[in-house]
Write a protein that binds this ligand. Structure first.
Ligand SMILES: C[S@@+](CC[C@H](N)C(=O)[O-])C[C@H]1O[C@@H](n2cnc3c(N)ncnc32)[C@H](O)[C@@H]1O
Length: 305
């Protein structure tokens, strides 16, 4: 049997950098897989630790994470609301969209804090969205839809607030994503973006901030040290994260990708931690070193003009 690629020439088309559709296909396949072994209550981010914010959260919802999480991922979500000009009453009137919502836990958490009129989570992973709808959706108040950040399946001006948490670094074309956010936001609406950056993606981001005239950027907080603190605490022996990781019924390949004690999933590269397994996988080119190039984690807010 001949190799299909050799006869069709498709192989040539695939030479060089992967195309946008290939990247999206790979990303959704990875997260579909992760959704199949994630447990209820799982977030898919590195979290952050800020004692003042944690105290605030505990005042707002005492024992918000008791027995269910270490609270770091909830703090990262809480950060997305900080600096927004809405009172508690105003939040109740808002239509909120989260792009890249994963299993939907973060948006569910935020709706418990600020109770918006309607919240919609979107993700490219069909498996994550099915889980979110089965476990967390609440009629018209909280719904989850499968879709692509670069082609949002919503009308112009449908939302008051769009949030995006540790997701946009996966998108092949952040420019398209930002234009889509501007399109689905009402004039005067807000965009809250929090993500990790490598030097090149931060340059691209600041260029987009200048180029996209629809947005007026009015807040930036560098939370790199707060995120590193979360990762360090998760990597500590006996941590909540390590115990949960040990309990998960994960297939072997997911454990290999995840590194020893789940270090890769926890973002350990970001604190310069590379375990022996990571070094072997990098040497064998099964795993790239590129994640280690991330250098900052930042929160930005913009107003739609
Ligand atoms: C690191 S996870 C963060 C998930 C969630 N925000 C959280 O913090 O738990 C990144 C998410 O972005 C989603 N994603 C990646 N590319 C996407 C795209 N083009 N459109 C929509 N979602 C995407 C992934 O499927 C994944 O759920």
């Amino acid at each position: 049997m001949t190799n299909g690629n050799a006869t069709t020439g498709l192989r040539d088309l695939n030479v060089g950098a992967p195309g946008a559709d290939q990247i999206k296909g790979a990303v959704s396949a990875v997260y579909d897989d992760v959704a199949s072994w994630s447990r209820t209550g799982d977030f898919w981010n590195w979290g952050m630790h800020d004692q003042e914010m944690l105290n605030e959260l505990n005042r707002l919802r005492p024992g918000f994470n008791a027995g269910v999480s270490d609270g770091f991922s909830e703090q990262l979500y809480y950060q997305t609301l900080r600096g927004l000009p809405y009172s508690k009453e105003e939040f109740k009137t808002l239509k909120v969209l989260e792009v890249g919502c994963g299993m939907g836990e973060g948006l569910n958490f935020l709706t418990r804090l600020v109770d918006p009129a309607r919240a919609v989570g979107l993700d490219i992973s069909g498996a994550a969205i099915r889980r979110a709808n089965a476990l967390l959706a609440r009629g018209d108040r909280l719904a989850y839809v499968e879709g692509d950040a670069e082609k949002l399946p919503f009308e112009d001006g449908e939302f008051d607030l769009v949030i995006n948490v540790e997701s946009s670094h996966n998108y092949p074309d952040v420019d398209l994503f930002f234009h889509e956010v501007a399109r689905v936001l009402k004039p005067g609406g807000h965009f809250s973006h929090i993500d990790v950056f490598d030097p090149a993606s931060y340059v691209r981001f600041t260029k987009l901030q200048q180029e996209i005239a629809d947005f007026e950027w009015f807040h930036e907080r560098d939370v790199t040290e707060n995120v590193k603190s979360s990762i360090r605490q998760r990597m500590a022996p006996g941590s909540f994260f390590r115990k949960e990781y040990a309990r998960k019924q994960m297939p072997l390949r997911a454990r290999i990708i995840g590194g020893i004690g789940g270090s890769h999933y926890a973002g350990a590269d970001f604190i310069g931690h590379r375990d022996a397994l990571a070094k072997v996988l990098e040497f064998a080119r099964i795993r790239t070193r590129s994640v280690a190039e991330y250098e900052s984690y930042r929160h930005h807010l913009a107003r739609r003009g």
